[in-house]
Write a protein that binds this ligand. Structure first.
Ligand code: HEC
Ligand code: HEC
Length: 299
């Protein structure tokens, strides 16, 4: 009974602490899950020192100080403990970590930052960033088959906002500072930072060039297009698919002959030579399939 009330209290306090719910990741149940076993209200006072660098609400101003707002408390605790025991080292942070000398304080401090409205990126700064953003988005969501770069989204969730279920040691990285992200990815790659379990991030970053890192950090530190009106309202580029199946099959000829694809339904508008959108969707499926079969079908 007492337990039940306490849980209610936590949810309520969290609702009060977070000014507005802007992200899917900020629903009360998700915030509650992020908080873990600490007390966010006690953590607010206990984290006064931390707030000096990481920001009052966990959104630091200096781009070399990571944002902690809406980060998983388990991940925050792990990092602080590792700064303490030397598994992760940073001149500034390692000294400060030593000042947190008991678990209860660490749980509460971590819970406080975890309870905050999740970190958000800044708008795309200059037009030249748009291409970098798109490159980064592609790498993040699809990886790169040629270099063997693995898809980040698998572990870090959509937009790097973390996985809602049971993956609380995969940090939230979407909305983080660009400079900080570049530094961490580079640190993993050069083995300056080695506290990732089984070298997960080392294996991933060795497949990334400096340019890839720049692109990924741009993507992760900028607002998703849906939140950037200028980008969101730009017209979608016209599909580059050719008009008729005959032309399409030129590159995928062997594929089509080998495995004929039946596109059902009426795919042309009345009196029009242009394929309907619904047909494009199906053709996209064909194209996607073909690109996964480079050895067999690709010329
Ligand atoms: C003087 C500035 C400063 C203060 C005060 C400070 N930090 Fe940090 N913190 C840093 C810097 C700089 C880093 C980034 C280290 C790096 O580049 O690897 C960092 C990193 C971290 C990280 C890792 C974040 C991540 O995304 O991996 C955590 C967690 C953290 N700090 C928690 C705390 C807590 C808790 C306190 C208070 C007890 C605190 N910090 C106080 C400067 C500070
Ligand atoms: C197999 C799972 C996995 C994949 C795939 C993965 N990561 Fe990670 N990543 C992790 C884990 C686990 C950590 C936390 C390491 C630790 O405990 O310190 C991490 C940490 C990070 C950090 C440091 C976060 C911080 O706050 O300091 C960044 C940045 C990052 N990953 C970016 C990426 C990018 C970019 C990709 C894709 C190129 C990627 N990750 C792919 C598992 C993964």
């Amino acid at each position: 009974m007492l337990h039940c009330n306490k849980n209610h209290l936590v949810v309520l306090t969290v609702a009060l602490l977070t000014a507005s719910v802007a992200y899917a990741g900020d629903s009360p149940s998700e915030i509650n899950q992020r908080i873990g076993n600490g007390d966010p209200v006690a953590g607010r006072d206990k984290s006064a020192l931390c707030q000096g660098c990481h920001g009052e609400d966990g959104n630091s101003v200096a781009p070399t100080f990571p944002k902690l707002a809406g980060q998983w408390s388990d991940y925050i605790q792990k990092q602080v403990r590792e700064f303490q025991n030397g598994a992760r080292y940073n001149e500034t942070m390692s000294d400060v970590a030593a000042s947190v000398d008991n678990f209860k304080d660490l749980f509460d401090i971590a819970a406080y930052f975890a309870s905050q409205k999740q970190m958000e990126g800044t708008p795309i700064a200059a037009s030249e960033e748009q291409n970098l953003y798109l490159e980064g988005e592609k790498l993040f969501t699809q990886g790169n088959e040629r270099t063997g770069a693995f898809r980040c989204v698998k572990c870090h969730g959509e937009y790097g906002k973390g996985q809602p279920l049971n993956n609380n040691l995969f940090p939230v990285i979407g909305g983080q500072h660009k400079e900080y992200l570049v530094k961490q990815l580079t640190d993993f790659k050069t083995e300056e930072r080695e506290n990732d379990r089984s070298g997960m991030m080392l294996r991933i970053t060795t497949r990334l060039t400096d340019h890839d890192i720049e692109a990924l950090a741009t993507y992760l530190s900028r607002e998703p297009p849906a939140l950037v009106p200028a980008v969101a309202s730009a017209p979608m580029p016209a599909p580059t698919l050719p008009l008729a199946p005959v032309v399409i099959s030129e590159s995928y000829k062997i594929l089509m002959e080998d495995r004929p694809v039946l596109i059902e339904g009426t795919n042309f508008g009345i009196g029009a030579a242009k394929l309907k959108k619904t047909a494009n969707v199906q053709l996209d499926g064909v194209v996607e399939f073909a690109t996964t079969q480079p050895d067999r079908y690709w010329k």
